[in-house]
Design a protein around this ligand. Structure first.
Ligand SMILES: Cc1cc2nc3c(=O)[nH]c(=O)nc-3n(C[C@H](O)[C@H](O)[C@H](O)COP(=O)(O)O)c2cc1C
Length: 235
């Protein structure tokens, strides 16, 4: 027997549309984002599930130009050193460092996404320790996706940047991070200066397999009756 949903089809469709409408935006207008909005985003982030409910995510909010510049320079120096060792051409490296600097300093708000293992379980063996670490990464990513979607719902644009993962010590020093905060990424946030691109997604069949065929259910028929032409069903 298939479970039935009590959700209003229009409400569900609006939620799906909101989720699917998020895009990574890399250019921002200069208007600041208010503390009240930011606090709402972090409360929604913290509504995410987390392993053992340990809530390992930590966020450092950077709004002032000097700190953004210091962070961008520290990360840029490390990027240039790494790319130099890779043998990349100096002008290509300089261009990429400058682009990264502009992205970071050009966003009204930059959020450093971190995790902490302070409250995770400790095991004597490496395998379970790694699983705990991965659960902290997963939990932090889930919270941060909530933040991205909350921002999108507020009419704000975001982009996740992975760069801090490649230079955690430089980030730690530039920002004088609390002990135990492990940098995972940066989120830039603000009003969009330009629209995003529709990045293609794989078709459903490429990433979902049903171990057995589910029956046609109440939820499916509600959707079909509610809004058959809303474009939300699989192609
Ligand atoms: C873990 C992770 C790391 C990412 N790192 C970067 C990055 O360093 N720079 C960037 O411009 N976008 C980055 N992105 C954004 C992806 O490029 C983007 O999500 C993807 O192309 C799909 O586009 P969309 O977000 O607009 O749907 C990252 C996204 C994730 C989830």
């Amino acid at each position: 027997m298939t479970a039935s949903s009590e959700a209003d089809p229009e409400t569900a469709a609006a939620a799906h549309r909101m989720i699917r409408g998020r895009r990574s935006i890399r250019r921002y207008r200069s208007e600041a984002v208010g503390r009240d909005v930011l606090d709402r985003l972090f409360l929604s982030a913290a509504a995410a599930p987390s392993a053992h409910n340990r809530q390992p995510w930590r966020y450092l909010v950077i709004g002032d130009g000097a700190t953004k510049d210091a962070l961008a320079r520290a990360m840029g120096a490390r990027l240039a050193a790494d790319r130099g060792r890779d043998g990349d051409a100096p002008d290509v490296i300089a261009r990429d460092v400058a682009r990264s600097h502009t992205r970071i300093t050009g966003a009204p708000v930059v959020i450093l996404v971190c995790l902490t293992l302070e409250e995770t379980d400790v095991y004597p063996d490496a395998a379970r320790g790694k699983a705990e670490f991965l659960m902290a990464v997963q939990s932090t990513a889930m919270a941060t996706q909530n933040l991205l979607l909350g921002a999108h719902a507020e009419g704000l644009a975001t982009c996740w940047m992975c760069a801090p993962l490649f230079c955690t010590e430089a980030v730690r020093e530039a920002l004088d991070l609390p002990a135990g905060w492990q940098p995972q990424g940066l989120v830039t946030l603000g009003l969009a200066a330009a629209g995003g691109h529709d990045r293609p997604r794989k078709p459903l069949r490429a990433y979902v397999r049903y171990a057995s065929e589910p029956g046609a259910g109440e939820i499916a028929s509600k959707r079909a009756n509610g809004s058959a032409s809303d474009g939300l069903t699989a192609p």
